[in-house]
Design a protein around this ligand. Structure first.
Ligand SMILES: Cc1cc2nc3c(=O)[nH]c(=O)nc-3n(C[C@H](O)[C@H](O)[C@H](O)COP(=O)(O)OP(=O)(O)OC[C@H]3O[C@@H](n4cnc5c(N)ncnc54)[C@H](O)[C@@H]3O)c2cc1C
Length: 770
């Protein structure tokens, strides 16, 4: 049944009908009274108005599907304005005799028409936009962006058996973006509009108007093939790449984030994996639920801790247990774990910084961070790897005492019951990975990783979207609640600290703002910054504290996935997301290969291939396994302050890219040995490898920045010890301002960092409180 038109669509139809009548009258008037002195004037004006009649009639006859003719009419009016300007520039026209006004200057008449034409162009665009908005119930996307996304989804998620219609995909994305507070969403909007209009530059109709086949050819010839084949000029390449990558990521999120697509790829969410379809009642919680303040604090605190993540949680607990009145201020929301959804996109929007859309300025690195009470610990995999001894020795030169740090790590290991991940929760693919590493007898060792995960783990596969079953011993689940229960800790969520007020060598207060814009000031005797890499540098920069080195020496563990296709069903989603690692021999590992898998929308972002190849690969989702190659960077980036927020300046070095490629070759060998028939790195141009020998091609296939998808969930540095903080974790020049989190690392730690971060916080607490 056809849906009734909205009032905005009916309004546009009235406008189009009125315009058709008006244009017809004008056309007639030209025939009967038109100016025949100047050759071509009458026929041109007549033709223009007849064209307007036709466009208006076509639009009015099917306003929902063909209302876009309003845009063509608007473009026609703008073209008239250009002609009028040209006439004015070239000296204007002769005076005109108007029926009631007598002789009027030609310039005045032209200006009058210009105003009318501009007003009509604006009216057509505005009423068309509001008609599309109303028809699709849009809340964020501009109608051009929306139509671009729908038309892209139609060809990007391509196959005969599409389970979610393209317009629904675009509507899903509109809903996600509407509920997201992030500056990155403006970039998505811009990329979609630019993509829609890009064909205009090549003198073709805009994307939504092209037929699906022509659209696909256009995308292949103008984006996928030239970028993949490195045939685009270097400065333009990252821009085109981010446009098409953003659009495809949004299309995949909208499609595979919709439960209607899950049956087609045989994904089964956790609750439906259970025999009676109902998850068992959670075990007794490890701590009482955290309570956050519901009104703004008025009192002075002994200590304010900024940030509630891996470091902030530990520090707050340690300070509170000395009897101090401690307040933790967190910019993200407090979501009770029992309220966590198993919908991955919902959880990204709720718990991740920028809804997981944070990018470096070159667009080549996606940086993932938690933004919620618990910070990274709420959404991380809880893996606990010891820092390599060689790295700690390097750090000694910056003032880190390796023995004290190791002692801090041991305390945290005990406190948070860090133990080896239970085999029962691991996936079949991870177990096969482990067997393959041993069968290949690779130099180095296989590690079943340890984690701060309790026996309550059910292997839901939801570590990265927050564990609703209390199995992770995070700062949200236990460290902060323990401190609250035993030592009266206060936690204030949804307040971003914008500035630390300081004077005469002392920090005096924090100034922040709630999400709704309300200003908050809290005075304290000491302030501890633990806002994480990027966040802590940005806060010091905004406050003008810490000196010139703030933001420098920013490092990462960069990561790139490799997908493996097995002949048999693996159901890699049904088990803990990360568990096994291959660690090559040597001191500081050049790379690690870690098993990894995700619910469908995230996996779709890492799934190689374009168009039907991506679609067919996703249809084999339940046959797939995945590994991530992790490389600690050796050349730094920096956090650069800007009006709109912190900019992450980073470009991977050739050396680090080569280490990722070597890691991908090893990962490929392991998965092929494990029984995979093909392995696929996340390259922009599609490549698959079916034999170990064929992996020799990889270094040639991945040569430049942009050839490979790179992400980092492990930013580190920016406020290196020895430069920004001293060996007592004091920010230089301030007696009572301390800083400890991943940002004090002098270099990358080269393994998953949270244990080192938490150990460092324990060590810092010891130093500060002694
Ligand atoms: C998806 C994912 C998976 C990961 N898995 C692992 C893993 O398995 N093992 C591992 O070792 N590491 C893992 N990590 C990394 C690990 O979580 C981080 O290294 C660690 O959390 C860093 O701790 P932190 O205290 O420095 O910062 P965070 O934990 O990020 O905490 C900083 C907090 O400060 C808040 N904040 C920032 N600015 C402000 C401000 N101005 N005002 C108020 N609050 C502010 C942030 O919102 C955040 O909550 C993972 C990370 C991610 C994103």
């Amino acid at each position: 049944m056809r849906e009734a038109l909205t009032s905005q669509e009916r309004r546009l139809r009235v406008l189009l009908v009125a315009h058709a009548v008006w244009s017809a009258l004008l056309a007639m008037s030209y025939i009967f009274t038109g100016d025949t002195e100047w050759f071509g004037s009458l026929p041109n004006s007549f033709a223009k108005d007849v064209l307007f009649v036709a466009l208006s009639a076509i639009g009015a006859a099917g306003v929902r599907r063909r209302g876009w003719t309003a845009l063509v009419i608007a473009a026609g009016y703008l073209a008239l304005v250009v002609g009028q300007i040209a006439t004015l520039v070239r000296g204007g026209t002769a005076p005109v005799d108007l029926p009631l006004a007598g002789e009027v200057s030609g310039t005045a008449v032209l200006l009058g028409w210009m105003v009318i034409d501009l007003a009509l162009a604006a009216l057509f665009v505005a009423w068309w936009a509001s008609a599309v908005r109303a028809a699709h119930g849009l809340r964020y996307l501009h109608p051009i962006g929306f139509l671009a996304l729908a038309s892209l989804a139609e060809v990007l998620v391509e196959g005969e058996r599409e389970a979610v219609p393209p317009e629904k995909v675009a509507r899903n994305v509109d809903g996600y973006l509407a509920s997201l507070q992030a500056k990155g969403k403006g970039r998505v909007q811009l990329a979609l509009i630019a993509l829609a209009l890009w064909p205009l530059l090549t003198l073709r109709p805009p994307l939504p108007v092209l037929s699906p086949a022509a659209r696909k050819t256009f995308l292949k010839r103008r984006f996928v093939e030239p970028i993949g084949g490195r045939r685009v000029l270097k400065p333009l390449r990252p821009l085109l790449q981010i446009m098409i990558r953003n659009a495809s990521q949004m299309a995949y999120l909208g499609y595979y984030g919709d439960s209607a697509s899950w049956g087609s790829i045989r994904y089964v969410p956790y609750r439906e994996r259970l025999p009676d379809g109902r998850p068992p009642a959670p075990d007794d919680p490890i701590a009482p639920p955290l309570r956050t303040l519901t009104t703004m604090p008025r009192e002075r605190y002994d200590t304010v801790v900024v940030g509630s993540g891996a470091a902030g949680g530990i520090l707050a607990h340690r300070f509170a247990e000395t009897g101090r009145r401690v307040l933790v201020v967190e910019r993200g929301p407090h979501v009770d774990p029992r309220q966590f959804s198993d919908d991955e996109v919902t959880q990204y929007l709720r718990l991740y910084n920028e809804g997981a859309l944070q990018l470096s300025t070159t667009f080549s690195l996606q940086v993932l961070q938690g933004m919620c009470v618990g910070g990274g610990t709420t959404i991380n995999n809880a893996l606990c790897l010891d820092p390599p001894a060689e790295v700690l020795e390097q750090w000694r030169a910056s003032g880190v005492d390796p023995d004290e740090l190791r002692a801090g790590i041991m305390t945290v290991r005990d406190w948070l019951s860090v133990t080896e991940i239970r085999a029962a929760t691991t996936t079949k693919a991870a177990q096969r990975f482990g067997q393959a590493v041993q069968a290949l007898d690779l130099p180095g060792h296989l590690e079943v990783m340890s984690a701060n995960i309790s026996g309550a783990c059910r292997g839901t596969g939801y570590c990265n979207i927050g564990c609703a079953y209390g199995a992770k011993l995070t700062t949200l689940d236990c460290v902060l609640p323990w401190a609250q229960q035993e030592h009266g800790l206060d936690v204030l969520a949804d307040v971003e600290v914008e500035r630390i007020v300081a004077g005469n060598g002392r920090a005096r207060a924090i100034q922040g703002r709630t999400a709704s814009g309300e200003a908050v000031t809290v005075a304290a005797d000491e302030i501890v910054v633990a806002a994480g890499a990027i966040g802590s540098s940005w806060l010091l920069q905004r406050s003008g504290l810490g000196g010139e080195a703030v933001g420098e020496d920013l490092h990462f563990n960069i990561n790139s996935p490799l997908t493996a296709d097995f002949p048999e069903v693996m159901d890699s989603f049904a088990g803990i997301q990360m568990s096994h690692a291959y660690v090559p021999e040597g001191g500081v590992p050049g790379y690690l290969v870690e098993t990894w898998f995700n619910p469908p929308a995230t996996q779709a972002l890492a799934m190689p291939g374009w168009f039907e190849r991506h679609f067919e690969n996703m249809r084999r989702y339940c046959h797939m396994a995945c590994g991530g190659v992790l490389v600690g960077t050796t050349t730094p980036g920096r956090v650069k302050p800007s009006r709109s927020g912190p900019q992450i300046e980073y470009q991977e070095s050739d050396t680090d890219r080569r280490s990722v490629v070597t890691g991908l070759q090893t990962a490929g060998r392991i998965f092929l040995e494990a029984g995979a028939t093909r392995v696929m790195p996340a390259t922009f141009a599609y490549h698959e490898y079916r034999t170990p020998a064929s992996l020799d091609r990889l270094p040639g296939d991945i040569r430049e920045a942009g050839d490979l998808l790179l992400t980092s969930a492990h930013p580190q540095g920016g406020n290196a010890m020895g430069k920004v903080v001293d060996d007592g974790f004091r920010v230089r020049g301030l007696e009572n301002l301390y800083l400890c989190d991943a940002s004090v690392f002098p270099t990358s730690v080269h393994v998953n960092p949270q244990l080192t971060v938490m150990g460092m916080a324990q060590y810092a607490a010891g130093r500060i409180l002694s």
